[in-house]
Design a binder for this molecule. Sequence first.
Ligand code: BGC
Length: 490
Amino acid sequence: MTNTGRHMSTKFIYFFGALGGLLFGYDTGVISGAMLFINKELNIAAGSFANGFITASVLLGAILGAAIIGPLSDRLGRKKLLLTAAVIFFVGAMGSGFAPEYYVLVSSRILLGVAVGAASALIPTYLAELAPAEKRGGIGTLFQLMIMTGIFLAYVSNEWLSPQGMFGLSSAVGWRWMLGLAAVPAAILFFGGLFLPESPRFLVKKGQVDEAHKVLLQINPNEKAVEEELHDIKLQAQIPSGGFKELFGHMSRPVLIMAIGLAIFQQVMGCNTVLYYAPTIFISAGFSEHFALQSHIIIGIFNVVVTAIAVMIMDKIDRKKMLTFGAIGMGVSLFVMSAAMLVLKAGGGNLGSWICVIALTLYIAFFSATWGPVMWVMIGEAFPLNIRGLGNSFGAVVNWTANFAVSQSFPMLLIAFTPAHAANAEGQGIAKLFLIYGALCFAAIWFIAKYTIETRNRSLESIEADLRSQAHAKGYTEEGEPTSTKPLSN
Ligand code: BGC
């Protein structure tokens, strides 16, 4: 194969490897716009349980999908499951688009959620296992880039397919197209996925060393580096596959705590509320509805651009530094935004409104460049090979559960924090809530310093070797069993 051919195929592999992220972003992002019309068409009262459940169903499905994929992925491999997820994406999208009534719609949304959750647990592992160590962060960030692109496309389709949009569709039909269109990238993912290689780490684990060698060479033409990598993978693959005992055992405990913490903090710092409530925030800050909706699209483009920059810098800066920097930036932006919104009550005027817009945009930029991608990259690379699928799936379950908790509690907290009689009452409520998310950003800095390990520019095998030797030093065997019968302290 020529160099150019090799280069092309690497791009193909990474593109299709990460493409599930686009469906993740589209399917979670599209509902806010579609909801406006679904309520009318299916006779659902705004603000009712049934209404909230249309959004929540994807999140619940995602928790389920992320949970079932872990044990399967260590047994069946990453590729087969990615193809299965593509089929579920397709069926879920068609089911949502053609849903004749409410229950078909929510069942299809749960199904879609299963695929979203599965993709979120599979793709970071798959990309981490394919990429050479020195490029792993950037390649892992392609997943986030796809998520952001998916969210952006969802905003665009919400705008174009609404009755006022460029296609002038009726309100009875537009939302069906919004939801159903996700079947197109699902089909592309399936057909592209057929040509993807299986993860070389998984192949070695299954004894297919020659095949693994071929895949590694396709990705990294440096024969000597590939030989060394294969040697290390083979050593690690001799360790028997693990289960929950190993996941919760002493050896993997440091990375388990890291994954749980990163997954929770990524959500409780408020990323999804800021993203989805951006138009409401703009309106509360005194801008027109038109400005708010237009700027949502502009923020969508901005997100994609910032994440694309993150792809380029991800392997040049330590992951821990990026997380700390991101948490400071997000925390300060939230505090500034809150202050501006509270001052608006006292007649902060135009300047306050613009400070709000700038702080919100900066918050999203900090998130997109740091916590958005780094969380997924790190949980994809941190766990030892014999429980990698399981560990990543566990991290994804925690992330989706935290996402669910934050999205479900937001409207209730907003009511609780909104003063009964005040000009711009909702803005006041949002401002107070953002102070809490801001404080949690600073708590995240403490967590990073205390509980995370640096993974940049290290082979997956060296990260794993360190975990084993640390466990050994604390008096545990390589498999995490105590070396003596004496009780051990942590
Ligand atoms: C987060 C999602 C979020 C998305 C876009 C991901 O990294 O896990 O919860 O919706 O980024 O902001």
